[in-house]
Design a protein around this ligand. Structure first.
Ligand code: ADP
Ligand code: 5GP
Length: 195
């Protein structure tokens, strides 16, 4: 069970539209005990997104304040908006001996690696480029110009897969969610006797 696992920080990253949000939602549905960090963002809410649940939606001045007070574990500008991981809840979670999951983009994943080298970095990859393009377009949440910007970033993000500890292919949501849950509780490779 997740609650008996050693505390571990896991970062899930991958290109926009690959299905990070979908896979994390599936993980939460099947395993309500998995704790997922709620990021702060200056982006406007999409229809159906709830403040404090999907994100903490903040004004730019509040985001500036979070940075200035070292309140963020990491943060990045992405497609014109800023996103960051509030530090205190992650600290509290790990201090209590429970795993924590972050769903963030590549620049943030690199900052976590620099700041917490023991963190496990998981890359969610699409089955193919064509499938990624079709998922991003199919979501229909952004205008075409924004989709283009996200696809340009996605191309660079796919090239970074080799920097991650594990690659999970999101061919099937339930399978990918299961694989991710297994990773949340797996012992760190460096701590396994005989490896
Ligand atoms: P991200 O959070 O990585 O930007 P989303 O979770 O919003 O991506 O998913 C993008 C789109 O792809 C959504 O329409 C979602 O329903 C769809 N999707 C996610 N995972 C799969 C999958 N395994 N197979 C088919 N479609 C998927
Ligand atoms: P979206 O606008 O689609 O919700 O998110 C855009 C991108 O920002 C996604 O790749 C998502 O993983 C990333 N993101 C969400 N929260 C954070 C965060 O706290 N930090 C960083 N660096 N990226 C984040």
């Amino acid at each position: 069970m997740v609650s008996n696992a050693p505390a571990r920080l896991t970062v899930l990253s991958g290109p926009s539209g690959v299905g990070k949000g979908t896979v994390v939602a599936e993980v939460r549905r099947r395993h309500p005990d998995v704790w997922v960090s709620v990021s702060a963002t200056t982006r406007r809410p999409r229809p159906g997104e709830v403040d404090g649940v999907h994100y903490h939606f903040v004004e730019p001045a509040e985001f500036d304040r979070l940075i200035a007070t070292d309140g963020l574990l990491e943060w990045a500008e992405y497609a014109g908006n800023r996103y960051g991981t509030p530090m205190a809840p992650v600290r509290e979670r790990l201090a209590a001996g429970s795993p924590a999951l972050l769903e963030i983009e590549l620049q943030g994943a690199r900052q976590v690696r620099a700041r917490a080298p023991e963190a496990q970095l998981v890359f969610l990859a699409p089955p193919s480029w064509a499938e990624l393009v079709s998922r991003l377009a199919g979501r229909g949440s952004e205008p075409a110009a924004v989709q283009e910007a996200r696809l340009a970033i996605a191309q660079a993000e796919l090239d970074a897969a080799g920097e991650f500890d594990v690659v999970v292919v999101n061919d099937d949501v339930a399978r990918a969610a299961d694989e991710l849950v297994g990773l949340l509780t797996a012992p760190s490779p460096g701590l396994v006797p005989g490896e």
